[in-house]
Write a protein that binds this ligand. Structure first.
Ligand code: GLU
Length: 472
């Protein structure tokens, strides 16, 4: 099922808010793409926010990796990157205001005490939660403050009622306030906690639409309650279902290529990844191939799928092949060259790489496959002796000698070469493979190549004449 209508709030401001604890993963990239496309569609603003308050897990390398991934995909932000760690004063200011307004309170229960209350509730078959010991209520006397203990600050979550929002991916979601704890919003050292920072940031950054993974559905009612308590307008929320691995299970580093930057390393083009991710959880009729201009033109927040998408490498390969075929050959050459050099390619005096790639790209699923296939033009051929014996027979040799001779003078075009080969075949009563196979072996060292006339033409007269001379 897909959603049909998205309420639009203006101005449109979306954000991508990764936690820099690793690389940019596929699910994150899809969230970024949808947030970006949605903002672009409505002429809005796309904000990049780095949620780096988890000091133990956040690293500058991960920030870099995320920014690199976004750049590779071409998902440019209009504002930011904002770093939560640089906004601590603002969070503290708001915690102070909430304490003053009575929407938050100091809680002096020790971690052990909190654990003990949770244990008791679990034992009683209840959902474990903070029991409200330090929650001020009219007429209630609070316990004496334990000496020397630093308090946490808890949010005074409404006790009754429910939180409901019209999720523009999942439809209406309702969660009872009874399900929600009085969330700790500041630790004993005063540092604010995750949900609080997200809510404050979404307010300060005037986010109109929050698009994020559905692993955050449980956070949303907490954030909504905090936003209400601080008098902030609510953004609209859309929670995207996960991307499952090819096996239908949760994706994992171990078995899936979840790091976006593995894809360029494997020879995928960014436009293929973007197209693939756009379609993975969103649709526009039956279209499978679309440019980012089209995604921006069509992506209005409707037709988002509310069921999990399954990763399908065949489809990604098909798209990548499509975009390789469309890609400028000089660009492909730039991408293929490092891999070819590492494999020992020698480009001096060899055919132009863009022309070679143009000939070979039809069948390549990745730039790496293309680079590997193109190597046949850039290494010294070493035909297997047994294959030579099999294909370069005495019956074929005179014809090949004629061919080699005519190579010296024939017009060096694909057409002229093809015509000349036909003449040699006819004069010697041979069939195409009888001459094409040994030719391929001698010229390239392998039996499988693109059309022989095209291969010969690309190598050039000198190289062909020299290679043939070695065997005849
Ligand atoms: N930092 C969160 C994450 O990386 C995203 C938070 C959000 O989008 O609200 O999962």
């Amino acid at each position: 099922m897909t959603t049909s209508a998205t309420p639009v709030r203006t101005p449109i401001r979306t954000r991508f808010a990764p936690s820099p604890t690793g690389f940019l993963h596929l699910g994150g990239a899809r969230t970024a793409l949808y947030s970006w496309a949605f903002a672009r569609h409505f002429g809005g603003t796309f904000v990049l926010r780095i949620e780096d308050t988890d000091l133990e897990r956040s690293t500058p390398e991960a920030v870099q990796a995320i920014i690199e991934g976004m750049e590779w995909l071409g998902l440019s932000h209009d504002e930011g990157p904002f770093y939560q760690m640089q906004r601590m004063d603002r969070y503290r200011e708001l915690v102070g205001q909430m304490l003053g307004a009575g929407t938050a309170y100091h809680c002096y229960s020790s971690p052990d005490e909190v654990e003990a209350m949770r244990e008791r509730m679990r034992a009683a078959g209840e959902k474990p939660r903070y029991d409200g010991t330090w929650r001020p209520e009219p007429g209630k006397t609070l316990p004496a403050i334990p000496e020397g203990r630093k308090p946490v600050v808890r949010f005074k979550n409404p006790l009754d009622g429910e939180v409901t929002w019209d999720d523009f991916v999942k439809g209406t979601i309702t969660i009872g306030n009874k399900e929600l704890d009085d969330l700790v919003i500041a630790r004993p050292d005063g540092t604010p906690t995750y949900n609080f920072c997200v809510a404050v940031d979404d307010w300060d950054m005037q986010i109109s639409h929050v698009l994020r993974g559905d692993d955050h559905v449980n956070n949303t009612p907490r954030q909504i309650n905090i936003l209400r308590a601080i008098g902030a307008p609510l953004p609209l929320y859309g929670h995207l279902p996960m991307i499952l691995g090819a096996d239908g299970q949760k994706m994992s580093k171990r078995k899936d290529a979840v790091n976006v930057m593995e894809y360029p390393a494997q020879g995928y083009l960014p436009e293929a990844i973007l197209n693939y991710l756009a379609r993975l959880g969103w649709s526009h009729g039956d279209d499978e191939v679309f440019s980012m201009e089209q995604v921006v033109a069509w992506f209005d927040g409707s037709h988002l799928s509310n069921s999990a998408a399954q990763f399908n490498i065949e489809k990604l390969n098909w798209l990548n092949n499509h975009y390789i075929k469309q890609a400028d050959n000089a660009r492909l050459a730039e991408l293929a060259k490092p891999r070819m050099l590492a494999a020992g390619a020698r480009f001096d005096g060899a055919p132009e790489l863009p022309a070679v790639l143009a000939l070979m790209k039809e069948r390549a699923n990745t730039v790496n496959e293309l680079a590997d296939a193109a190597m046949l033009f850039y290494r010294t051929p070493q035909p297997d002796a047994a294959l030579l014996t099999q294909h370069l027979t005495d019956a074929v040799k005179p014809a090949l000698a004629q061919f080699a001779d005519r190579c010296k003078t024939v017009e060096w075009s694909k057409e002229a070469l093809a015509a000349m080969i036909k003449e040699v075949l006819a004069a010697n009563s041979l069939k195409m493979p009888q001459i094409a196979m040994p030719l391929r072996l001698i010229v390239t060292g392998q039996l499988q190549t693109p059309a022989i006339d095209a291969v010969l033409q690309l190598f050039g007269r000198e190289a062909i004449v020299a290679r043939l001379a070695k065997y005849l």
